[in-house]
Write a protein that binds this ligand. Structure first.
Ligand SMILES: C[S@@+](CC[C@H](N)C(=O)[O-])C[C@H]1O[C@@H](n2cnc3c(N)ncnc32)[C@H](O)[C@@H]1O
Length: 295
């Protein structure tokens, strides 16, 4: 079924994705709103996503042995393994990232013990991470999170354990929302914007997915931007067409290092851009900004 869906939608292997954080300057900030969010371990459907869209699932593989490209696992649609035996993201050979589909409950391998290697993001956070939630700490019950201070970027997250290149850090757990809801939240929360737009290019077609952890999210919402990041965002499909965003280590990360990724690039210029405080030698000076909330 999933092959039919892929063909039907005209998807091909010449795909790519980009993501950019929405960034708008407004003169005020409502700190009440800034503090209010509910912890969720994984992405869920939010306003603007229909049940049909969310339930558009892949058929799943029939594997009774380890799911690898070599053994012909049909979830590995491009014939390349997503993860190594020790569950690290495998580098792709070209500039274009592969369509990363993890095995799901629709797969025969879901009975396998321990789980097949094509399940990483869905297994959740394996590392001990730390977040600075300032005075909000006591107010909200966040799993396994403690406190650390960033000097000038608001809250931030860091690791308490070493992380190897390609290892999964955390999901950017969010509400997956529709375009109108993006506009609505932009008006409602003004400066307080967390929406990550995934742009996937399938041939001539571009599909946008909006992930917003503003109201419901996990530690992923605390990762700041860096122009020389130690993490990458990767589009991952957990058995359904609606994508999620997985954050993976780009290089070896030492305990105590702040976790960060590149929010993306924008051509926009202007005084209302927010200065970047990543402090790296390759700093581009400003955080990326998009022209419209759903760009
Ligand atoms: C997804 S949030 C990251 C967590 C945020 N620091 C917080 O306190 O919730 C994105 C916001 O963090 C701040 N930020 C992230 N990276 C930054 C950077 N490199 N320089 C300055 N501010 C940054 C900006 O205010 C941005 O809009």
């Amino acid at each position: 079924m999933f092959c039919r869906q892929l063909n039907h939608r005209g998807f091909d292997s010449a795909r790519a994705f980009s993501f950019i954080f929405l960034r708008f300057q407004f003169p005020f900030l409502d700190s009440e709103f800034q503090m209010t969010y509910t912890h969720i371990p994984t992405t869920i459907p939010g306003p603007g996503i229909t049940e049909d869209e969310w339930n558009d699932e892949f058929k799943g593989c029939d594997c009774l042995v380890e799911c690898t490209a070599e053994s012909g696992c049909t979830c590995l649609t491009t014939g390349i393994d997503n993860y190594s035996e020790d569950r690290r993201l495998l580098p792709t050979s070209s500039e274009t990232p592969q369509l990363l589909i993890e095995c799901s409950t629709n797969c025969a391998c879901c009975l396998m013990e321990p789980s097949c290697r094509n399940r990483v993001v869905q297994n959740g956070i394996m590392k001990e991470l730390e977040v600075n939630i300032k005075s909000y700490e006591k107010k909200f019950q966040l799993e396994i999170l403690k406190v650390f201070s960033t000097s000038d970027k608001g809250d931030g997250a860091r690791t308490l354990q070493p992380i190897q290149p390609g290892e999964f850090v955390c999901e950017y757990a969010s509400e997956c929302i529709g375009e109108e809801e993006v506009q609505k939240r932009h008006m409602e929360f003004r400066d307080d914007n967390y929406t990550l737009t995934l742009k996937e290019h399938f041939g001539q077609k571009t599909i946008k997915t909006f992930l917003d952890p503003r109201l419901r999210g996990n530690i992923g919402r605390f990762l700041n931007h860096s122009c020389q990041p130690n993490c990458d965002v990767v589009v991952v499909r957990l058995g359904r067409m609606c994508p999620t965003a997985g954050i993976f280590a780009k290089r070896e990360i030492q305990p105590g290092e702040e976790l960060c990724y590149d929010y993306g690039r924008s051509e926009l210029e202007g005084n209302d851009r927010k200065p970047c405080r990543c402090g790296t030698t390759s700093c581009r000076g400003f955080l990326p900004m998009s022209a419209t909330p759903n760009e």
